[in-house]
Write a protein that binds this ligand. Sequence first.
Ligand SMILES: Nc1ncnc2c1ncn2[C@@H]1O[C@H](COP(=O)(O)OP(=O)(O)O)[C@@H](O)[C@H]1O
Ligand SMILES: [Mg+2]
Length: 364
Amino acid sequence: MKTDNTNQKTIDNSNSDIKSAIHTNLDNKDMKSSNNELVFDVRGLKTYFPIYEGTFKKKKVNDVKAVDNVTFTVKRGETIGVVGESGCGKTTLGRSIMRLEEPTGGEVLYNLHGTMTDITKFNKDQLFDFRKEVQMVFQDPYSALNPMRKIYDSFAEPLKAHGVNSKEDLEMIMEDRLRRVNLRPEFIYRYPHEFSGGQRQRLCIARALSVSPEVVILDEPVSALDVSIQAQVINLLQDIQKELDLTYVFIAHDLSVVEYISDRIIVMYLGHILEYADSVELNRKPAHPYTEALLSAVPIPEVGRESKRIVLEGDVPSPIHKPSGCPFHNRCPKYIGEICEQKVPEFKDLGNGHFVACHLYQGK
Ligand SMILES: Nc1ncnc2c1ncn2[C@@H]1O[C@H](COP(=O)(O)OP(=O)(O)O)[C@@H](O)[C@H]1O
Ligand SMILES: [Mg+2]
């Protein structure tokens, strides 16, 4: 655990130990090198999974609309948080912008060598470069490392694919990456079962860093870890980001982690983005009733947020049979009438890059 207390923040809630140990962006935002250069420009992205029926599963009967008409940007050097309850499409979104999932519609433009290029139209060379520049760390560090192979072999694969072949070079890079995640270099000759969950996730982070990426998509990187080590891993990720000038897309299922480390936050629900804003703005002035409910679970006296918990009724509906109109209307504590059921709200710009899709704001 880090002993630097200068930018820690005490937060009054049940998990205060972890959260007070996370170094916050609310305090040290200016230190980050975020600028306005775009890394990703995602426009109207849809990723649907078809559902087939019939004896030979030939008849398509419906779609799981995992990501449905999602538009956002990622800027160089920032951490963009993506939050939403389980099943709302966060992993599919991450996989779609990595080109691990084929989008059903829309565009994912990536800044490849200074030109915004559609990732689905990459040629072989462009895809090769993209795979080096954009890496992903997955939620479960237990299944991410092959139990039959030494760490060395798991690391060597992506490095060899990117042209690093000599044993000396491979070892030099691996040892450097292990040091960066505070693990001993000789660990490369061990097997995954010799490590704890936190160590395994640090190994996965080191492996993602091995090819010197520019963007890392972190899919709930601490959700599978013991609460006691979550803050360590998050602080480590923040230190690495500063050292290596990385851009992060940080996916989480609740706001309590991302709100402190993100520059901007996207709030997702049933495959849709309901709100996105600068993290300080979202913290202080959440606009969407869903964001208000998520935030009410993490009250913070310092920013004057009320501690009254908003408990949402019911579960997230199925992404196969989404509610009409606003996808949140059947659970919304601020439902205003038929319009919520009939019309999908458009994104309203509230200023300062704060956008919300809710009928409460459509006339304003
Ligand atoms: N390969 C797949 N085939 C069919 N449905 C999928 C597939 N992957 C995800 N889904 C569905 O898409 C929805 C979004 O899933 P996911 O992106 O994993 O959400 P999250 O990461 O927010 O929990 C869920 O309903 C899930 O069951
Ligand atoms: Mg997920």
